[in-house]
Write a protein that binds this ligand. Structure first.
Ligand code: UT7
Length: 332
């Protein structure tokens, strides 16, 4: 049987500080009712600047994944790191993690696919493992978004949604039924400015100015309605495409783990696909939208709860800034 990537260990890290909707009500004109009704979110975690970072959170998740896989840092021959909130503009977080974990001088690939980072990472891992170019891959997704957002009326449409955290997976070669049966990634750059952070970029001199601080252009900009409309279409499309490619029906699906963008998006999707409630995993209520980290955190929790069992078909799908989207169907 052809080799494919399968997950041998999963890990997650959520920073300690819990920020409830009531906490946000004190900082901006919003309400717990508005946030819950529109997104399903009840709380999120914020990292501690100066003590933690995207790389350190990623390292904690990675250590747990390695331990659960029964692997040591020297066993890993490729590191993939996905984030939209790196510690530095350059170099990427991959090299920081390589040093923190004491990995060998292996290649580190930093992936910039925003909310689709985990699925993009799975697709790279699958290709490296199928070709024999790598044997044991560490895929880490981590986000420190709380320092990117403004906790004010001006920033509220974004600030109530996003949270911090990290998830990680160790991927190895499988030559039996286990592993990624199909993974697909997509993009549509004409919508780049519907969800983006305009500055600081490289287009202007100076890259950073006091005007940018004042006019809010350092904040992420999101056209929530447009993102929502595209997301529901692309999620469904890619999930159906994964299933078709693997030749299985929706009834065979044990669990769908959608990127935790919005409970309404996931519920809409569940109904469109005709899945029952036990077939779709949610944890956005506790963590908000953790972008690239949301699927690996949810996958780790599902595993911890005993919801991933040998032979199960697990579908994961993501959509986000870019636009980028993708889906991966895996046999556990
Ligand atoms: O990971 C992928 C990234 N993003 C997404 O997937 C986001 C997808 N989109 C969404 O989840 C939803 O569009 C949102 C949750 C962002 C917004 O929900 P919505 O139902 O589309 O609301 P809206 O943007 O149409 O805003 C409705 C109202 C507006 O007031 P008016 O114009 O009706 O008076 C907003 O100003 O709600 C107002 N509003 C808020 N009110 C209280 C916007 N943000 C807030 C807030 N609290 N935080």
């Amino acid at each position: 049987m052809e080799q494919k990537a399968y997950i041998t260990g999963l890990g997650k890290y959520l920073p300690e500080e819990k920020v409830s909707n009531a906490d946000l009500e004190k900082l901006m004109e919003t309400t717990d009712a508005w946030i819950q009704e529109r997104t399903g979110i009840q709380a999120r975690r914020f990292f501690t600047p100066g003590k933690e970072s995207t790389a350190t959170m990623g390292a904690e998740a990675a250590k747990q994944a390695l331990e659960r896989a029964g692997r040591r840092p020297e066993d890993i021959d490729l590191l993939l790191f996905a984030t939209l909130s790196p510690d530095y503009y350059f170099p990427g977080c991959g090299v920081l993690l390589q040093e923190m974990l004491g990995l060998q001088n292996i290649g580190c690939i930093d992936l910039r696919a925003q909310c689709s980072g985990f699925i993009y990472g799975l697709s790279v891992a699958q290709a490296y493992i199928k070709s024999g170019m790598a044997k044991r891959i560490l895929l880490v997704c981590s986000e420190a978004q709380s320092t990117l957002m403004e906790l004010s009326n001006r920033g509220r449409n974004v600030a109530v949604i996003f949270g911090d955290g990290a998830g990680a997976a160790v991927l190895e070669a499988s030559s039996d039924q286990r592993g990624i049966a199909d993974v697909q990634i997509h993009s549509e750059g004409q919508h780049a400015e519907l969800l983006y952070q305009p500055h600081p970029g490289t287009r202007l001199r100076p890259r950073l100015s006091t005007e940018m601080l004042q006019d809010g252009s350092l904040l992420p900009i999101m056209n929530g309605n447009a993102v929502f409309k595209h997301a529901v279409v692309r999620f469904e499309e890619v999930i159906r495409a994964n299933l078709k490619e693997a030749g299985i029906g929706l009834e065979a699906l044990s669990l769908l783990i959608p990127h935790q963008a919005n409970l309404r998006i996931s519920e809409f999707l569940r109904k469109q696909l005709g899945l029952d409630e036990t077939q779709v995993y949610h944890n956005i209520q506790r963590y908000g939208n953790t972008t690239s980290a949301s699927i690996p955190i949810a996958l780790t929790e599902a595993w911890e709860e005993g919801r991933l069992n040998p032979g199960d078909w697990i579908e994961m799908a993501a959509f986000g800034s870019g636009f980028t989207w993708g889906g991966a169907l895996m046999r556990w």
